[in-house]
Write a protein that binds this ligand. Structure first.
Ligand code: NAD
Length: 738
């Protein structure tokens, strides 16, 4: 037996002549592909193919999974690292990857007779994602261990790219456009059995037989077994090509679906579809070239790099504690949740799901029980979907004690208060809690509008007082905003971060200022929409402009969802606090009039939209036309879009200038996860970087000249425009000094 090792791969050949290449990246729990790794794999395969003593090859992994995919840092940096002519550099790199996988697929066979190749099987012990499936797809047979927790698929589209190492072309040819569509367009992942049923892999075998089964197949395989259908004469794509009647229907449908879902702002889905469509019309090797061209097109689009940076690299960095003060582990063992209303009930649920004991308190036992019942209902839904079991439900419910007795809080190391949004009520609760908890307990408030520093005045230990701001619904929303009051200490920040990590959400840490970060940016978005309505801009134009630039909801729909009376309440409180400087009277005129008519939004079945009796949204309310007659000349789409986007991103810049935000990564990640800010852009700062500071400043000047001082170019942006700086260039990871 001979053994050869590179840093990530080992090859050993057994007595029967089967070479096993084992992928095992040192120091990582899951294999990820690097450029060097790819070259090493190619070299080992080449060696085995050239070795007369080797009859065939099995490619497997030394871990309990096969691979998690390509290293995303490499993909994010590919464009910048591709030289002076990046498109050419990228294309050459991608074509090289195709050549390596094509060498595996052809396995040394004579291209004319298709004879004489060596069989190559992939043996997947577990999860195989992205390039971790594209390599097996180039092999001749794919075996997977019967591991129901394993996930097999091509999730690239979720990252803003698409499978660019032949996965797109091979899967479309293997399954047909219809069969491949959920896997490619939605990034659907399957367990091994489902992957086999879908035709993605060939065999599912017991884990302990995996290697033996793959080796046995390799030894028994005949020439014909290792020729891919697309390399055989007379190959026809399953389900038909675009000019086949059935294929035609699939492609028309897919195109409508993609454009409907992405609103045209996600370049990857369209590029993917083009690669499949165009690829289906030409021979396989040409199809790979087409795939490579579209893949490069996506990599060259700044959206893909920005999405990967914010949604994967930086999101993960924040979750791992990039901004955590260096203090000892602050893991939470028992949390007290005060107020078992909508937010408190959700906070209790996510805490118990993470295995944390919860004391859930409300003013009456009935209210506390009702809050706990939210967890019961959640688990019942999970059981109905087969995602949970009765045992799990009993275990989670067993962690929650619903009571009115503050003494039960004695053993808590963290309190999250979610009572009414009222200074007096919150102050009283703070005192009652501090009378019973231990000296190290951290007190967090879930307030959305009250200043943390002011609330901390009720506390005897303000350094242990902090804001932990959840978004609604708590179990669905991934972002948690942690707010430092003036006196909040590092231990409290670490406690909040460790807690957020335990409940598997993404934290951002901001300083105390009106509306913190997320609400500070989203309120101007809603206000700008309402302002335009009052000016006579067609409401359908406002709503569609927002969606066409990637916002999940138009501003009018958003205020209907969050309720118009809440908008009125916030407006009144803000005006009371700001006095003369209050800039939003024009918005209030609309909001207050809607509220006076009882049009409070979805909850009243009447708002800017009309709803039927069952709460189904029908369309924009017809009465808007009479109340806000539409101007004869309507603005350009892009003007409406810029008003809606700049309203948000300028608040983000001001938050950075004011030191509320201290890290632009948090500004970008928080915006996408917190309020769905155009994810394709990578977030407000990434979007401004795409525009470039000089153009962004120019647009602000033009917008402020026409629409008012709220669009005035912030000093920081002006300075960056003058110096030709970008946000990520200037602030890199964190903000050093604005
Ligand atoms: P809610 O009215 O649904 O629940 C508040 C609960 O607190 C009620 O069950 C009430 O009985 C209880 N309560 C009031 N006074 C109490 C006391 N002295 N002791 C014990 N329990 C008491 O309100 P909510 O929507 O869950 O909001 C709670 C807090 O979370 C508020 O500060 C709010 O601003 C904030 N918040 C709300 C949202 C949201 O979308 N609703 C989002 C983020 C933050």
């Amino acid at each position: 037996m001979t053994v050869q090792t590179t840093s990530d791969f080992t090859m050993s050949t057994d007595a029967e002549g089967v070479a096993t290449i084992t992928w095992d990246v040192p120091g990582k729990s899951m294999n990820v592909m690097s450029l060097q790794g790819f070259a090493d794999l190619d070299a080992l395969v080449g060696q085995a193919l050239a070795d007369a003593g080797v009859k065939g090859i099995v490619i497997t992994s030394g871990k309990d999974s096969f691979a998690g995919g390509m290293d995303l840092n490499i993909i994010a940096g590919m464009r910048d690292g591709a030289g002076d002519d990046p498109a050419r550099g990228l294309f050459d790199g991608v074509m090289n990857m195709h050549a390596v996988l094509r060498r595996i697929e052809r396995a040394g066979m004579d291209p004319k007779t298709l004879k004489g190749g060596k069989p190559i099987a992939a043996a997947l012990p577990g999860t195989a994602l992205g390039i971790g499936l594209e390599i097996p797809l180039a092999c001749h047979r794919i075996f997977a261990a019967d591991n129901p927790r394993a996930k097999i698929g091509l999730p690239e589209i979720m990252v803003g790219i698409f499978p660019g190492a032949g996965g797109t072309t091979r899967l479309a040819r293997k399954l047909g456009a219809m069969g491949a569509s959920p896997l490619l367009l939605e990034g659907k992942l399957n367990d091994p059995k489902k992957a086999k049923a879908a035709g993605v892999i060939d065999e599912v075998v017991p884990a302990e037989e995996l290697l033996a089964a793959a080796k046995a197949w390799v030894l028994a395989a005949k020439d014909a077994d290792i020729v891919k259908p697309w390399d055989q004469k007379g190959y026809k794509m399953p389900g038909g090509t675009p000019y086949h009647p059935a294929g035609y229907m699939t492609f028309v449908g897919a195109s409508a679906m993609v454009n409907g879902k992405t609103m045209g702002v996600y370049p990857a889905a369209r590029a993917l579809l083009s690669a499949v469509y165009e690829g289906a019309l030409v021979p396989f090797d040409t199809a790979l070239r087409i795939e490579a061209r579209w893949f490069v097109n996506v990599l060259m689009n700044p959206s893909s790099g920005a999405m990967i940076r914010s949604l994967f690299i930086n999101k993960e960095a924040l979750e791992k504690g990039a901004n955590r003060p260096a203090v000892a582990d602050q893991k939470v063992t028992q949390v007290g949740v005060i107020g078992a209303g909508m937010m408190g009930a959700g906070i209790a649920l996510v805490s118990a799901l993470a295995g944390i004991r919860v004391v859930l308190i409300d003013a009456t036992q009935e209210a506390a029980d009702k809050g706990k019942a939210y967890t019961t209902a959640y688990m019942d839904k999970g059981i109905a979907r087969k995602a949970a079991t009765e045992e799990k439900k009993a275990q989670v419910l067993g962690l929650i004690t619903a009571t009115t007795d503050y003494a039960a809080l004695a053993g808590c190391d963290l309190i999250v208060e979610a009572v009414f949004e009222d200074m007096g009520v919150k102050a009283e609760v703070t005192k009652k809690v501090e009378a019973v908890v231990g000296p190290d307990c951290v007190f967090a408030t879930n307030t959305s509008t009250l200043p943390i520093t002011a609330l901390a005045k009720a506390s005897a230990r303000p350094e242990q007082f902090i804001g932990i701001h959840f978004f609604s619904p708590v179990d669905k929303m991934a972002l948690v905003e942690i707010i430092r009051g003036k006196k909040t200490g590092d231990v409290a920040v670490a406690k909040a971060l460790d807690y957020v990590r335990q409940i598997r959400k993404t934290p951002i840490v901001v300083n105390d200022a009106r509306f913190f970060y997320a609400n500070r940016c989203i309120i101007p978005y809603i206000n700008e929409g309402i302002r335009m309505l009052a000016e006579g801009v067609a409401p359908a134009l406002i709503e569609n402009a927002a969606k066409l630039v990637g916002m999940p909801l138009g501003p009018l729909q958003l205020v209907d969802e969050t309720s118009i009376d809440l908008g009125v309440k916030i407006a009144k409180a803000t005006k009371a606090a700001m006095g003369e400087d209050y800039p939003d009277d024009a918005v209030d005129a609309v909001l207050f009039a809607m509220a006076d008519q009882g049009r409070l939004g979805r909850k009243a079945n009447a708002g800017f939209y009309a709803y039927d009796d069952k709460g189904q949204r029908l369309g924009l309310w017809e009465g808007l036309q009479a109340a806000y007659p539409q101007a004869i000349i309507q603005p350009e789409l892009v003007t409406v879009q810029h008003r809606l986007l700049f309203a948000q991103v300028l608040e983000a810049v001001r938050a950075l200038e004011a030191g509320v935000l201290t890290d632009i990564r948090e500004g970008d990640v928080g915006a996408i996860l917190g309020w769905g800010f155009a994810p394709w852009s990578g977030g407000p700062f990434s979007w401004l970087d795409m525009l470039g500071a000089p153009y962004a400043a120019e647009r602000c000047d033009a917008l402020s000249a026409t629409f008012g001082a709220r669009f005035a170019t912030p000093a920081l942006l002006r300075e960056m425009a003058d110096k030709g700086q970008s946000f990520y260039g200037r602030f890199g990871g964190a903000r050093d000094a604005a």
